[in-house]
Design a protein around this ligand. Structure first.
Ligand code: SAH
Length: 403
């Protein structure tokens, strides 16, 4: 059914329309003045400002703090053709900015104007992640559109994000169509990474670093390199392929270390790599522990740090900053002059400025002068829409140790 004048209408309070007009898709309960007729949860509604001017249409859910997730500034019908067109548009962005990639995020929710829907492509397998009721109720349409566009070997659903409970949804993890046992070899920039779609991080692995793996590997030629928080070996193995003399990979998860070993072997890079299942904080502390009047001997040319988010909330930002400072302080002590620190922060609540300030404070304490040689963001398949600040979360820098 096309949204019409008889479609339930959500009318916003005076002053609450600007963000929606600017392109932000979320409307919170507190911004709503009234609803003309009670929509069922998950139904399409049209949204108007307090003067009855149409702002667009979106999915309603009274159970979520986000009462409406806007889909368009016009009235639309969320049928299979709608999903097909929007997914094809998203795919066009990937083809344009990552033409060589075979595995990438096809749809990144708000970044692609499909709030509550994520679709990842791992070769010929697709993984779907739904985090909003409006999308959940239209899963069949979405799957239909995906099959039409990609003819995938299989489609998996990894709707097991904890945030689903905020929409009144349970967790789902399973195969939706096709043939696959969940095991999958993913090609990133010509290297192979094994993952298990049933239990890998996110929907399998971290696609958002694909461009940065390649970019950071430019600092690897001849290097003694360290990959801290290595997971499946994304940064470390790219560095090894790019000519690092040796790469040491650290992750506290023994399963991740085992997988990164298998990945190193599968890519013919095992001889250049060593592995340790260890807490990076403890490891760095042990490596930089010296007796009074002794100095730490720097021995790395490249240190890569890509930790998990240290904070999920604004309140714990100070603790997170202490953690970031601690690892950078110790890493800087281990870097030779002329060496490179490539470091990432995926916490939305710690912006690039604050992150850099924290690194500079660590540099000050270790009396290192840094030259910034690169700044990174998430790969182009996780597009940043500046009007939707939540779409930007990953930031990183490469610093050369001048002295
Ligand atoms: N660089 C990786 C992603 C890292 S995700 C990539 O591009 O794929 C964060 C990783 O850090 C996870 O594998 C997790 O097991 C590991 N981890 C979390 N806390 C850790 C700690 N204190 N010490 C070592 N590893 C840790």
């Amino acid at each position: 059914m096309v949204t019409t004048d008889s479609t339930p209408t959500v009318i916003l309070k005076p002053g609450e329309a600007d963000r929606v007009v600017a392109g932000h898709p979320w409307i919170y309960a507190g911004e709503i003045q009234r609803v003309t007729q009670p929509p069922s949860d998950g139904a399409m509604v049209q949204v108007k400002d307090h003067r009855q001017r149409l702002l667009g249409a979106g999915f309603f859910n009274s159970k979520s703090k986000i009462h409406v997730r806007m889909l368009d500034s016009r009235r639309i019908e969320a049928d299979e053709a709608f999903f097909e067109a929007r997914i094809r548009a998203a795919l066009g962005v990937r083809r344009k900015y990552m033409p060589a990639a075979t595995s990438f995020r096809v749809v990144n929710a708000e970044s692609d104007f499909l709030s509550g829907l994520i679709v990842d492509k791992y070769g010929d397998i697709l993984v779907l992640q739904i985090s909003a009721l409006g999308m959940e109720l239209r899963k069949e349409l979405i799957v239909g559109a995906l099959r039409k566009i990609f003819s995938p070997r299989a489609i998996w659903e990894r709707s097991d994000a904890a945030s689903r409970k905020f929409e009144g949804l349970g967790e789902v993890n399973g195969r939706l169509s096709g043939e696959s046992d969940g095991k999958c070899a993913v090609n990133l920039n010509g290297l192979t990474f094994e993952t298990d779609l049933r239990e890998g991080h996110k929907t399998g692995l971290y696609l958002d670093q694909q461009a940065n793996y390649q970019a950071v590997s430019h600092f690897a030629a001849g290097a003694q390199a360290l990959d801290g928080f290595s997971f499946l070996g994304g940064f470390g193995l790219h560095a090894a392929r790019a000519g690092a003399a040796h790469v040491h990979l650290l992750d506290q998860s023994a399963a991740a270390i085992d997988a990164s070993k298998r990945n190193a072997a599968a890519n013919g890079l095992l001889e250049k790599c060593s592995f340790e299942a260890v807490n990076v904080f403890d490891w760095l502390k042990a490596q930089t522990a010296v007796k009074p009047h002794e100095k730490v001997v720097p021995r790395f040319d490249l240190i890569i740090l890509d930790p998990p988010s240290f904070t999920r909330s604004r309140a714990s930002v100070p603790d997170a900053l202490r953690g970031y400072k601690e690892i950078h302080l110790r890493a800087l002590k281990l870097l030779k002059p002329g060496g490179t620190l490539a470091t990432f922060c995926c916490s939305h609540h710690v912006g690039a400025g604050l992150f850099q300030d924290t690194l500079l404070s660590a540099a000050y304490d270790t009396r290192r002068i840094l030259r910034r040689v690169a700044a990174y963001s998430q790969s182009p398949d996780h597009p940043v829409i500046p009007m939707i600040p939540e779409t930007e979360y990953l930031k990183g820098f490469a610093f050369e140790v001048v002295s």
